[in-house]
Design a protein around this ligand. Structure first.
Ligand SMILES: [Zn+2]
Length: 203
């Protein structure tokens, strides 16, 4: 369980890494971690994720109400939703990753990932002979409405590790920031594989 300073350090480090990976361009994306007392540390709205400082991470309660006068990420409701549904999750990361965005234009409803060794990067998966479904939801500027679209799926499928927002990016989570980062790296690689297969099918 996180204390605030450790959560801040790990979120800043995640931001640096994801920016270098090209996944959070132009102030996009947002990150959070759940603290031991149930509060949530989250990036402030509009911060450059490759240049985060301690001042760019703020505290809010589990309902998304700010503990100070600053404004949390515009997509706060999507973070609090995951924490409310999954008690074992302590970190939620949201990159605007290019491979997910392109793939969301080529698939409807789901990305189906199967027979990949790297599926073992996800909790509870010990063999490539697995199918992992990553749902795709339409983008929406009304975040509470988007959260209501996502909610039934997450409730029905508690093993979900991520979802894509079409033309936008994806959300993933884990028991800590390192786990959520591992999910991002694995998903990005697997999405790139799917795109490469699409291209080779056409030749
Ligand atoms: Zn976003």
């Amino acid at each position: 369980m996180y204390e605030f300073t450790q959560a801040v350090d790990e979120l800043i480090e995640a931001g640096n890494a994801l920016y270098r990976m090209g996944m959070v361009p132009a102030t996009s994306g947002n990150f959070s971690a759940r603290l031991a007392n149930g509060d949530i540390a989250i990036t402030v709205s509009g911060a450059h994720k490759g240049k985060l400082t301690r001042a760019d991470i703020m505290l809010m309660d589990k309902h998304g109400k700010a503990r100070d006068e600053r404004k949390p990420s515009a997509e706060t409701a999507l973070h609090t939703q995951v924490y409310a549904l999954f008690p074992e999750v302590n970190a939620v990361l949201h990159p605007h990753a290019l491979n997910a965005v392109v793939l969301s234009k080529r698939r409807t409803d789901f990305v189906k990932l199967q027979d990949y060794e790297l599926l073992k990067a996800f909790p509870g998966i010990s063999t490539h002979r697995t199918t992992l479904q990553v749902p795709i939801f339409p983008n929406d500027q009304d975040i509470p409405r988007l959260a209501r679209q996502v909610e039934p799926y997450l409730k029905q499928s508690p093993d979900t590790v991520a979802y894509i927002i079409a033309g936008h990016g994806f959300y993933t989570w884990g028991k800590d920031v390192a786990s959520a980062m591992r999910h991002i790296e694995a998903l990005d690689y697997l999405f790139a594989c799917e795109l490469a297969f699409d291209r080779s099918d056409k030749q």
